[in-house]
Write a protein that binds this ligand. Structure first.
Ligand code: NDP
Length: 266
């Protein structure tokens, strides 16, 4: 169950919307009347979520599908240009696409993994923001960056990921201050563990992933891990000028109590 938001007439570009948190966010925006852009590298997954968005849209607005790799600047440019050509503007940018990167400092491929983490989780956020600001200035829009609790605490073997997300938090604060005069709000969300396809990259057996969610969920003060909808709800709240017009530069923890309870994955 979620509150009712009115995003009629708004255009929302949500990166990484072909799966998990991004998909739930795109669907929620579509349900609330927005024109949405669904994007990711996998065309089939993009098409599937785009259809779900159109199906829930009160006016059956067709979601825009863009297959793009955000580590590639040409793809980012095409994503933004196609959005503006199709819908005429951008009101909300959700920098959500990201991936888990695991590497220990003495691994031979550490620098490669570190570079990939920065490229995917940080540089793409910076580049998308850099290119979208002129459009967001016109609409007095807002940006929501999906960071992680990993920006606030170390997670063993995940230093590239933790550092990339710490960068997202600082970028959020710098941009909130810098873009305030253009009336662009910028906020970040720190999810705790959320059951999505995020763990796929670690190639663990599905039973182990389910067990992890169960064990971690039991340690969370709320008694469960997050669902994509939990985070989508926070995105919609922050994106709404009506309810969150006074919020900018905030790091909004949405983690079931993970940080407060200092929950360990071990
Ligand atoms: P998913 O794996 O379900 O979704 C990730 C999305 O990002 C997919 O749509 C994927 O599409 C896209 N993506 C990844 N790399 C690229 C790329 N190079 N170019 C374009 N798109 C890309 O994971 P989540 O929904 O869980 O993750 C969303 C965000 O939430 C991430 O930033 C993650 O770090 C963050 N987060 C997740 C947590 C969790 O426990 N799930 C906890 C804290 C933060 P495709 O692969 O088709 O390109």
């Amino acid at each position: 169950m979620s509150l009712k938001y009115d995003f009629n007439g708004k255009v929302a570009l949500i990166t990484g919307s072909s799966s998990g948190i991004g998909a739930a966010t795109a669907i929620l925006f579509a349900k609330s009347g927005a024109n949405v852009v669904v994007t990711g590298r996998n065309a089939d997954a993009v098409a599937k979520v785009a259809k779900q968005c159109t199906d829930v849209s009160p006016k059956q607005l067709t979601a825009l599908e863009v297959v793009a790799d955000l580590t590639n600047e040409e793809d980012c440019n095409r994503l933004i240009e196609t959005t503006v050509q199709t819908f005429g503007k951008i009101d909300v940018l959700v920098n959500n696409a990201g991936t888990g990167i695991m590497a220990l400092i003495d691994d031979t491929n550490y620098m490669k993994q570190f570079s990939l983490a920065l490229k995917t989780n940080l540089n793409s956020v910076v580049y998308m923001t850099h290119k979208c600001v002129p459009h967001l200035a016109k609409t007095r829009g807002n940006i929501i960056n999906i960071s992680s609790i990993a920006s606030k605490r170390s997670l063993y073997g995940l230093s590239p990921y933790c550092m990339s997300k710490a960068g997202v938090d600082m970028f959020t604060k710098c941009m909130a201050a810098e873009l305030g005069p253009q009336r662009i709000r910028v906020n970040a969300i720190l999810p705790g563990t959320v059951a999505t396809n995020f763990m796929d990259v670690f190639e663990l057996p599905i039973e182990m992933v389910d067990k992890t969610y169960e064990t971690v969920g039991q340690k969370y003060p709320v008694g469960r891990v997050g669902q994509s909808q939990d985070i989508a709800n926070t995105v919609a709240y922050l994106a709404s000028d009506t309810v969150a017009g006074f919020i900018t530069g905030s790091i909004v923890v949405t983690d079931g109590g993970h940080l407060a309870a200092n929950v360990s994955y071990e």
